[in-house]
Structure formats: C-alpha cells, structure tokens
Design a protein around this ligand. Structure first.
Ligand code: HEM
Length: 315
C-alpha cells in the first residue's frame, strides 16, 4: 500500500507539471490516468502493447457502465474482452519467460500462481484476477473527485490540511465515502429461505443491499446529509453500519478488500490538493446527478489556473 501511495504521489506531481501549461483540465479524466499509470507501475504491468490512455479508457469504462444496460454496457463488455486479451497475452509472456519480472511483481505472482492441485490458473482466469486489481484502483478516481468537491465546500478543513493537519485526514476521507454516492446498492442471492420484518425471502431470490441508504440512515448517522468529522466510522469497522463497499467482514465474506488502499490514496490526494498545488474550480460545481449510476459531477470537475505550490507542510 505504501509503495502504491508513493508511486501515486510521484505520478500526480509529474502530471501537475503538464497541467500548469494547460488552460483547463477535467480532474476525473486526469486522476483516472494517474491511477492507471500508478497501478500499472505498481503491479509491473508493461504498457507496451497498450498505451496508458487506452488502458485507462478501458478500465474506467468498466466502472462507468457498471450500473447500466444497453449499448454503452455492450461497448464496455467488448472493451473488457479486449483488455482481457491484452492482459492474457502478458500472462502468457511471463510464463514463457519472454517477459522477465521481479519475483515479487504482483502480476507475476498471479500469472505463476498454482491452485491447491498444483496447476497454473487458466490464462483467462489469471487475466481476470489481474484486471480485478487494476480496475478498482482506477475506480478510486471518482472518490478523489468527491474529495476535491468536499474540500471546495469545507474550506476550513482545506485550510487545516494545507497547514499540515494529518490527524483528521482519515476522518475526512471516510466522511466523503459515507456521504457521496458511489454504488447505491449491490445484489446477492439468498442462501436460505428466511423471514425479515414480515417479508419472506425465498432461497435463491435476488436481494439488494442498500449501501447509500444504510450510510444515510439517521438512526446511525444523525443529520445524515451534513458533512461531519465527528462520526465514528472507518474501513476498520467490518460490519453492516458503514457500508460504502459492501457489508460484512472482508476476510470471510465478499466485502471489498480494497477499502484501506482506497482511503490511503484519498488521503494522499487531500495532501497533494491542499499542499502541493493551487487551482480554481471553474464555475459552480454542478450538483451530482443521482439518476446516473455511479454518480459524477458534470464534466468530471473542471479546474483551471493550476500551479505547483509547496506549502512544505506535513510532506
Ligand atoms: C473505488 C473504490 C471501491 C469501491 C466503491 C468498491 C466497491 C466494491 C463492492 C461494492 C464490492 C462487492 C462487495 C460485496 O459483494 O459484498 C467490491 C468487491 C471487491 N473489491 Fe472493491 N471497491 C473499491 C476499491 C477496491 C480496490 C482499490 C480494490 C483492490 C485493489 C478492490 C478489490 C475488490 C475485490 C477483489 C472484490 C471482490 C471480493 C470478493 O468477491 O470476495 N476494490 N468492491
């Protein structure tokens, strides 16, 4: 996690050099690209047969169309198959020795993983497992846009972080994950027939867990629509109260195992946004369109007059 965080910071500062020369950027597009470059470097995925821009488009397309039906979803599925073919060819090259990577390179570990019977994974399964690491890291870009929106609205916190406050970074990131909408719900199949509050749910029936509603339940979160750092929440709480990435315990259920790394990169984004650059957010930030899944501000949050500026605080 620490290595990914350091790479992410380096890639952001490198991108920042180019932003200074450009009039305006879309934070969403730029951060997705930074995350793509970061996770490719971290995992040792070679960007030879595909450009960072191309891979970014494919990985972010998978997230953008996660909640949809119709042509865009089909296009995303087609892109996904193209990405699977590319990553599959990387797995093949690692196995044949054509591509040599360090022993601890994450994609080599997956490519050479043997199951309990001593067999290598099918190429397509290994490719899917690698994509299951690449894609969600790029998905963090949406939370980083929400973080920048929250900093814009909570100027007193932005000032404190600029002055070097480290203690509240995590609470800020967690409150962004609670308040802002990502995946509104997730689906699952009932494993047993059961009754719940007078409703009978049959074994095999599809049920939805309302993530956004649970995170805004006033019984657990007083004044749920207010941004507050005084709530006792965090990824370490592996239960069913605070569920931005699903419920339960990640070590035994399907709850997302990527919450800690998500929060680590969001904290790094706060540091860079408040201590290493100045910028202006163009116009008023448009409200989030909640009918779009997952939600995003229009144009992915546009910024201009970007300058590198090191406050020197808390680096
Ligand atoms: C952008 C932030 C993220 C969001 C909103 C998110 C959300 C989710 C959700 C809703 C699930 C399904 C949970 C369930 O079925 O109960 C999930 C599963 C998963 N996530 Fe994440 N995730 C994020 C970041 C990450 C990261 C950074 C990683 C790792 C690099 C990751 C790896 C996974 C994996 C491997 C699973 C499947 C777990 C399983 O089936 O056992 N996620 N995520």
């Amino acid at each position: 996690m620490e290595r990914l965080r350091t790479i992410f910071r380096e890639e952001w500062l490198e991108a920042l050099r180019h932003w200074q020369r450009r009039g305006e950027i879309s934070l969403f597009e730029e951060v997705n690209l930074i995350l793509t470059r970061s996770v490719a470097r971290w995992s040792a995925l070679p960007l030879d047969e595909i450009s960072a821009e191309g891979l970014c488009r494919e990985l972010s397309g998978m997230v953008e169309n996660a909640g949809g039906f119709g042509p865009n979803t089909w296009l995303a599925l087609w892109r996904r198959r193209r990405t699977e073919r590319f990553v599959g060819s990387v797995v093949r090259r690692i196995r044949s020795g054509e591509l040599t990577l360090g022993e601890n390179a994450p994609i080599r570990i997956i490519a050479e993983h043997r199951d309990e019977t001593g067999n290598l994974l099918e190429i397509s399964d290994a490719a899917v497992e690698i994509i299951n690491i690449l894609r969600p890291v790029v998905a963090i870009g949406r939370y980083i846009v929400f973080t920048a929106m929250a900093l814009n609205e909570q100027q007193q916190w932005a000032d404190r972080f600029a002055a070097g406050d480290e203690a509240s970074l995590e609470a800020f990131a967690e409150e962004v994950r609670r308040l802002y909408p990502f995946f509104p719900f997730i689906g699952g199949v009932a494993r047993e027939t059961f009754e719940w509050h007078g409703y009978r749910i049959d074994k095999g029936a599809w049920v939805l867990l309302d993530l956004h509603g649970t995170n805004h339940d006033p019984r657990r979160f007083p004044a749920p629509d207010t941004f507050s750092l005084d709530r006792d929440i965090g990824w370490r709480m592996q239960g069913f109260d605070f569920v931005p990435h699903g419920g339960g315990d990640a070590s035994v259920t399907h709850r997302c195992p990527g919450e800690a790394v998500t929060v680590a990169l969001m904290k790094e984004a706060i540091r860079v946004l408040t201590r290493s650059m100045t910028y202006e957010i163009t116009d008023k930030v448009s409200p989030l369109d909640l009918s779009r899944i997952p939600a995003l501000p229009k144009k992915g949050l546009r910024m201009r007059d970007i300058r590198r500026s090191d406050t020197g605080a808390g680096q």
